[in-house]
Design a protein around this ligand. Structure first.
Ligand SMILES: Cc1cc2nc3c(=O)[nH]c(=O)nc-3n(C[C@H](O)[C@H](O)[C@H](O)COP(=O)(O)O)c2cc1C
Length: 219
C-alpha cells in the first residue's frame, strides 16, 4: 500500500509541469476542533441534505480528509481501522465552492497530506445526475467520494476481503459524519448512484469501484 501511494505521488510530481491534471496541492493546517465532545457529536449527528450557499474552507476540508483517511501514527496507520492495515480505500474531493481551492476533482494522498488534481471544473451537477438526481449533491459546496480497490484486501483475505472493504468504508463514512458534526458542517452518506457513471466522472482506475458519496456543507 505504501508503495502504491508512493508511485501515485511520484507519477503526480513527474507530470505536474503545466498540466492541471496530477498537480499536487499541499493541504493547509487543519481546522481546530470546535470543542464539541465525542459524546455530543454522536448524539447530534444527523444526515443533512439541505445546505446553505456558503463555501467551506480548506482547513475544514483538510480536517474532514484527515478524519476520513489521514495518517495518525508513525507506522502509517490511519484514522479509520483497516483489515490487516491493507487500506484499500481512496478518498476523493469534488469541490465547487471551497475557499482557496479551484473547482475540480481531487484524489487525497494521505501519506503527504496533499490533494492530487484529477480534473478541474464544476462536476457536482454531473455527480448528482449519476446519483439519481439527488439535490443534496448538486446543492453542496463540495462532496467527498470513497472508492475501493478490492484486490488490495482480497489478495490477503480472499473472498472475505470484500466484506472487510465494505466494513472499512462504513468506518470512514462514520468518521466523516462525526467530524463534520464536530466542526458544525452537515453531510449525508449517499449510496444510491450508478457505479459506472461515478467511476467515469472520478477517472477511477479500472480496478476501483465507488462506494460512497458524502456531500458536505453548512446548514
Ligand atoms: C448504506 C447507506 C446508504 C445511504 N444512501 C443514501 C442515499 O442515497 N441518499 C440519502 O439521502 N441518504 C442515504 N443514506 C442516509 C440514510 O437515509 C440515513 O442515515 C437514515 O435516514 C437515518 O438518518 P440519520 O443518518 O440522520 O440518522 C444512506 C445511509 C446508508 C448507511
Amino acid at each position: 500500500m505504501f508503495i502504491r501511494t508512493l508511485l501515485l505521488t511520484l507519477t503526480a510530481f513527474a507530470s505536474c509541469s503545466g498540466n492541471p491534471e496530477n498537480t499536487i496541492i499541499q493541504l493547509p493546517d487543519m481546522e481546530q476542533d470546535s470543542g464539541i465532545t465525542l459524546v455530543e457529536a454522536i448524539d447530534a449527528r444527523r444526515s443533512v441534505r439541505n445546505f446553505t450557499e456558503d463555501s467551506i474552507t480548506l482547513p475544514e476540508l483538510a480536517r474532514i480528509l484527515h478524519s476520513a483517511g489521514g495518517i495518525t501514527s508513525e507506522r502509517g496507520f490511519r484514522a479509520a481501522p483497516s483489515a490487516g492495515a491493507t487500506y484499500p480505500l481512496s478518498v476523493f474531493v469534488i469541490a465547487e465552492n471551497v475557499d482557496d481551492l479551484e473547482p475540480g476533482i481531487y484524489r487525497f494522498l494521505p501519506g503527504e497530506n496533499t490533494l492530487m488534481t484529477v480534473k478541474t471544473g464544476n462536476f457536482l451537477h454531473d455527480l448528482a445526475l449519476a446519483s439519481l438526481g439527488q439535490r443534496c449533491i448538486s446543492s453542496a459546496p463540495a462532496a467527498i467520494a470513497i472508492a475501493a480497490d478490492y484486490s488490495i484486501t482480497t489478495s490477503v483475505y480472499g473472498d472475505r476481503g470484500v466484506m472487510y472493504v465494505h466494513m472499512e468504508a462504513g468506518h470512514v463514512s462514520q468518521n466523516i459524519y462525526l467530524q463534520c458534526t464536530a466542526i458544525e458542517l452537515g453531510t449525508v452518506a449517499v449510496g444510491a448512484f450508478i457505479d459506472m457513471q461515478v467511476a467515469d466522472l472520478l477517472n477511477l482506475e479500472e480496478n476501483e469501484i465507488p462506494l460512497y458519496i458524502m456531500p458536505v456543507g453548512r446548514f
